[in-house]
Design a protein around this ligand. Structure first.
Ligand code: SME
Length: 156
């Protein structure tokens, strides 16, 4: 599909329908991952990392769509995910091969975006996307994913 703003508008509308549905939280987060990965050709891996209620400063792999990863637990500060959690801000890495603080999940991955889920200013999780395309994540992607992450954070 085209990833122009009209297509992203429709995708966001579908994400809002999922978020406001009656299924359980895990099911809704999984459906979001599947929707994004199936509909946007340059989204090759889409997943949520969640901060457990009884543990601080660690991200644990939640629902995801794409190849399985062995990186099921990531400490704050480690890799792109850990950095986004520490900074409480979206991190975009246009070329993962140039990134020093990076945890490789697959050699095919060339670029990544990580969007924190915030609740009352506290990081409760993250939406993480990998692409096999270099420099795959532009402002339209960031805008869409930040809106979806904001909606997902309201489920907690
Ligand atoms: N690349 C991430 C690790 C998670 S995988 O992309 C699924 C990082 O550097 O934190």
């Amino acid at each position: 599909m085209s990833t122009g703003s009209a297509a992203f508008g429709e995708l966001e509308a579908e994400a809002v329908r999922i978020l406001s549905g009656s299924a359980g939280r895990e099911t809704r987060l999984q459906a979001l991952c599947d929707l994004l990965r199936e509909r946007v050709p340059h989204y090759d891996w889409v997943g949520f990392y969640l901060v457990p209620e009884d543990e601080a400063d660690v991200l644990v792999l939640g629902p995801f769509s794409g190849a399985p990863t062995e990186h099921a637990r990531i400490g704050f500060g480690h890799g792109v995910c850990g950095r986004a959690a520490e900074q409480k801000q979206t991190v975009v890495v246009p070329d993962v091969r140039q990134e020093g603080n990076y945890i490789a999940c697959s050699l095919e991955v060339r670029s990544e975006i990580v969007v924190p889920l915030l609740r009352d200013g506290i990081v409760i999780g993250e939406l993480d996307l990998d692409s096999h395309t270099p420099d795959a994540f532009g402002p339209a992607d960031q805008h869409l994913l930040e809106r979806i992450a904001k909606g997902a954070a309201r489920l907690f």
